[in-house]
Design a protein around this ligand. Structure first.
Ligand code: HH2
Length: 279
């Protein structure tokens, strides 16, 4: 199983990869404001690469429920200098931009990003056009509603079926617009318009989310459902429960993991891979 991302191809057939989160926002739920200056963001990125992240996901707008909206210009001002500098100083890193805005995505790819991670799942035709024209890898995430509305009593008849149907629909739209099949990765969007039970149902049956044989990416890192199950109030105390999910998800075949704490999750996937039958 491969993932084509602009200038490189990741081979995920027997090796998963960690995507380190770099939020250059003042208000992200667990690390908001921490990497707000260029030097601090670049230093954090270097640390994550050192710890084994193959991909860095740079985001300039928080998606937490009720977060303030950010203009195109503001988002560009936040993410582009970081991407430009990382592209120059760490050409080995595969850079991803976490955005739902086509203009930001296009500028980020120009600046050196090779992946577009869109939490709205490429519902905007302009985003699809940027993906097709650029040749970037794409992360199609499922979200019910918008960040503002998503946690207002989300309900599904069958969450797994609905998420898989969304992936199928987006796959058709992206491929019809000229995006290569091998550039597409799917993400069930844990916590995006989902209750605790919906999140658990998705995690129990990742095989139901496997659409068109494309890899899955999972973003559970420090999310509130972990706190509900383990009683950890503070997001930073949820790294151990994150690692537990990463290990099990890797065992179930999920290759890509978007996390804040890189080293522990890299070790988790390498250990799991070593124990898989036939390794
Ligand atoms: N989760 C968040 C943001 N982007 N992208 C993908 N593909 N999958 C996810 O699960 C996902 C995502 C939310 O987490 P975080 O970036 O830590 O917080 P915030 O949105 O507040 O910046």
């Amino acid at each position: 199983m491969i993932w084509k991302c602009l200038h490189r191809t990741l081979d995920l057939s027997s090796r998963g990869e960690i995507m380190g989160i770099l939020n250059v926002t003042p208000d992200s739920f667990s690390d908001g404001g921490r990497y707000g200056t260029l030097d601090r963001a670049v230093a954090r990125a270097a640390q994550m690469l050192e710890e084994g992240a193959a991909i860095l996901d740079i985001g300039g707008e928080s998606t937490r429920p009720g977060a303030a909206e950010v203009s195109v210009d503001e988002e560009k001002t936040r993410v582009l200098p970081v991407i430009e500098r990382l592209h120059c100083e760490h050409p080995e890193a595969c850079l991803s931009v976490d955005t739902s805005k086509a203009e930001v995505a296009a500028a980020a790819v120009k600046a050196g990003a090779e992946i577009i991670n869109d939490v709205t799942g490429f519902r905007d035709p302009d985003m699809i056009a940027v993906a097709a024209e650029s040749g970037a890898g794409v992360v199609v995430m499922h979200m019910k509603g918008t960040p503002r509305t998503m946690q207002a009593e989300p309900s599904y008849e069958d969450v797994g079926r609905e998420v898989a149907a969304f992936f199928e629909d987006r796959f058709e739209a992206l491929v019809a617009a000229g995006v290569e099949k091998e550039a597409i990765v799917f993400d069930p969007g844990i916590g995006f318009g989902k209750t605790l039970q919906h999140n658990l149902e998705l995690l129990r049956h990742p095989e139901r989310l496997r659409v068109r044989d494309r890899p899955l990416l999972l973003g559970v890192s420090r999310k509130s459902f972990l706190g509900k199950l383990t009683g950890t109030e503070s997001a930073e105390d949820r790294d151990w429960s994150t690692v537990a999910v990463t290990s099990m998800a890797r065992e179930q075949g999920i290759a890509l993991h978007r996390v804040h704490e890189v080293r522990a999750n890299v070790e988790a996937i390498r250990m799991t891979e070593a124990m898989l039958p036939g390794a």
